[in-house]
Design a protein around this ligand. Structure first.
Ligand SMILES: Cc1cc2nc3c(=O)[nH]c(=O)nc-3n(C[C@H](O)[C@H](O)[C@H](O)COP(=O)(O)OP(=O)(O)OC[C@H]3O[C@@H](n4cnc5c(N)ncnc54)[C@H](O)[C@@H]3O)c2cc1C
Length: 307
């Protein structure tokens, strides 16, 4: 069985930053990434990134292009299409979709996955989670859309799409919005945007090019059905850690870690969105946590190595 000093699971910015710190601190690492490319959510960022100082990047792909130029990333020991599946905590063995490793330290940087709406299972007119309401909005010009959700991303999407769509319906499950006030100001007064409060999708019927949604609402003024061309669910994300090795999690599948990014086992660490919860998801935090985790791992090595 292959022995690995530090196994990093996840090739988003958190995992890649961890690899850079492994190089810096003299630890050998192997990174496994379940998809066929590195970068994670960076591929989905089509807005300007101006809060990851000091550079302002026009989009996530530009940041990723620069990251690819980093000498450590160019020489990274990486295995694409390989998914972390299970952890044997007593034996220090990590099983992936391809093989099993004996591992000194595991660093979980598996990020998040968008939540889905069970009532829309199998529906072909649901836009994919990676759909960009900034870069791809013109593809729905003149059409009617239902955006589902009440957070920042739902409102941002609704506002962006309303610039091109014939009509946008924003379906909100509760009687208040989680979004920041700036988005509330932006939706106010948009003539082709309707808010359907306290409304959920309970089913759908394909009608050729269109779709008829069945709605359940506490508000009698809301319609029982809604005909749209496309649906865009924006109902948040969950962490990709639920059930992994029986490690403690919080919220929707986020890994619980201590002040050194260590999970409830001394050889397992977490970094990035997988450990943060949606409210704190950010590039800066993911990068900072990666440094802290790897530094702590290197200190563990030093304290356990006899001189
Ligand atoms: C549209 C959008 C705009 C954003 N804008 C900004 C912004 O302007 N500023 C900012 O700071 N942040 C922004 N963010 C948030 C930021 O992108 C994330 O906080 C950051 O990219 C998280 O990085 P990560 O490495 O933790 O996770 P991810 O990028 O999600 O990477 C996780 C990786 O792990 C892989 N993976 C998952 N499960 C497994 C497994 N079991 N085994 C192996 N690999 C696995 C995934 O395929 C993925 O490649 C934005 C996010 C989005 C979606």
């Amino acid at each position: 069985m292959e022995h690995v000093q530090v196994l990093i699971a996840g090739g988003g910015i958190a995992g890649l930053s961890a690899a850079i710190w492994c190089q810096r601190l003299g630890l050998s690492c192997l990174l496994v990434e379940k998809s066929d490319r590195l970068g994670g959510q960076l591929h989905q960022i089509h807005n300007e990134i101006w809060d990851f100082p000091p550079r302002v990047y026009p989009r996530g792909a530009s940041l990723l292009d620069e990251l690819y130029q980093h000498p450590t990333i160019q020489n990274l020991n990486v295995r694409l299409g390989e998914e972390l599946l299970a952890i044997d905590r007593d034996a220090h063995i990590v099983t992936t979709s391809k093989t099993a490793y004996r591992v000194d330290y595991l660093l979980i940087a598996t990020g998040v996955t968008p939540n889905e709406i069970p009532a829309l299972n199998g529906c072909k007119r649901v836009l994919p989670p990676a759909f960009s309401s900034t870069a791809e909005a013109t593809s729905v010009a003149g059409l009617a859309l239902a955006v589902i959700g009440g957070g920042d991303r739902a409102l941002e999407s609704a506002v962006n799409l309303a610039r091109h769509a014939r009509h946008v319906y924003l379906l909100i499950r509760s009687n208040h919005l989680r979004a920041r006030p700036e988005w509330l100001r932006k939706i106010a007064g948009l003539p082709n945007l309707s808010l359907l409060w306290e409304t959920e999708v309970t089913g759908y019927q394909d009608e050729g090019e269109r779709l008829c949604l069945t709605l359940a609402s506490r508000r009698p003024e809301n319609p029982p059905t809604l005909a749209v061309d496309w649906i865009l669910p924006r109902i948040g994300v969950h962490g990709n850690c639920a059930g992994l090795g029986g490690l403690a999690t919080f919220g929707e599948g986020y890994l619980k870690t201590d002040e050194f990014q260590r999970a409830d086992d001394s050889w397992i660490y977490g970094t990035g969105d997988a450990t943060n919860g949606a409210a704190y998801a950010s590039l800066s935090l993911a990068v900072g946590q990666a440094m802290k985790a790897v530094k702590h791992i290197s200190m563990q090595y030093r304290s356990s190595t006899p001189f």
